[in-house]
Write a protein that binds this ligand. Structure first.
Ligand SMILES: Nc1ncnc2c1ncn2[C@@H]1O[C@H](COP(=O)(O)OP(=O)(O)O)[C@@H](O)[C@H]1O
Ligand SMILES: [Mg+2]
Length: 228
């Protein structure tokens, strides 16, 4: 587990650490824009809490602009909170809302790059790569550069990168926004399989159509999380 603390570090309670994959307490974040005297502060998170256990699919739902992506960036360590505490598993994958891909690299080259960054041995990388091409149905684009790909295929690659090392915890920010119906079904098969194997999946969605697919749902309202 990695502890990240924006303020002073309270002692870690190892008794509650055992089965918790992620624990976020009283997370606060404001964005500051402009310069004095026109300085504006937009407070987005006002003490958000979130706790995830092994083997569950959890939804994080809220209106556009409610702070879902901000909270996920903080959980993934991409953005620093102003206050609060986040503890999470070191084994995680993050699929950001806006894919971070290299226009000039192919799908295969992306998976090579991230496989190396995750420290996967070559045999495991090949196995996981083949399984993801098959389950997301985009092997025919393996040698295509990102600049040639449609939005839907970019989203598949973005998701495949997060899944590549078979992490214990997955952060997925509106992962199926660009998917067609077939890919949407494939997405749920993959996430349910990972969950059943013990992984934890946090999925951001700005509305929920398939509530029964989630084990739990948090609504983000006025900068705080409320469990349904
Ligand atoms: N880097 C930033 N600088 C300033 N304001 C931001 C920044 N990122 C997000 N915001 C603002 O913070 C609010 C929450 O954004 P976001 O977390 O992306 O919401 P959501 O993902 O729920 O749509 C929005 O009003 C957005 O415009
Ligand atoms: Mg968002």
């Amino acid at each position: 587990m990695t502890a990240m603390t924006a303020t002073s570090s309270p002692p870690v309670d190892h008794a509650t650490e055992v089965s918790t994959v992620l624990r976020a307490v009283a997370v606060r974040k404001a964005y500051r824009r402009g310069l004095w005297p026109r300085r504006r502060v937009l407070s987005v998170l006002e003490g958000a809490d979130l706790e995830l256990e092994p083997g569950e699919i959890v939804g994080l739902v809220g209106e556009n602009g409610s702070g879902k992506s901000t909270l996920m960036k903080i959980l993934a360590g991409d953005l620093l909170a102003d206050a609060g505490e986040v503890e999470r598993s070191d084994s995680f994958g993050y699929c950001p809302q806006i894919p971070v891909l290299y226009e000039r690299l192919t799908c295969d080259e992306h998976l090579d790059l991230f496989g190396a960054a995750y420290g996967l041995d070559p045999a495991l990388l090949e196995r996981n790569r083949a399984a993801l091409y098959e389950s997301l149905d985009f092997e025919r684009f393996a040698d295509r550069r990102v600049e040639e790909l449609s939005g839907g295929t970019r989203s598949k690659l973005n998701l495949a990168i997060a899944l590549l090392h078979d992490p214990q915890l997955l952060f997925l920010d509106e992962p199926y926004a660009g998917f067609d119906w077939d890919t949407y079904q494939r997405f749920w098969t993959i996430t349910a399989e990972r969950r059943d194997a013990g992984a934890t999946v946090l999925i951001i969605s700005h509305f929920i159509t398939d509530e029964e697919r989630f084990d739990r749902i948090y609504d983000l309202v006025d900068g705080r999380t409320v469990q349904r």
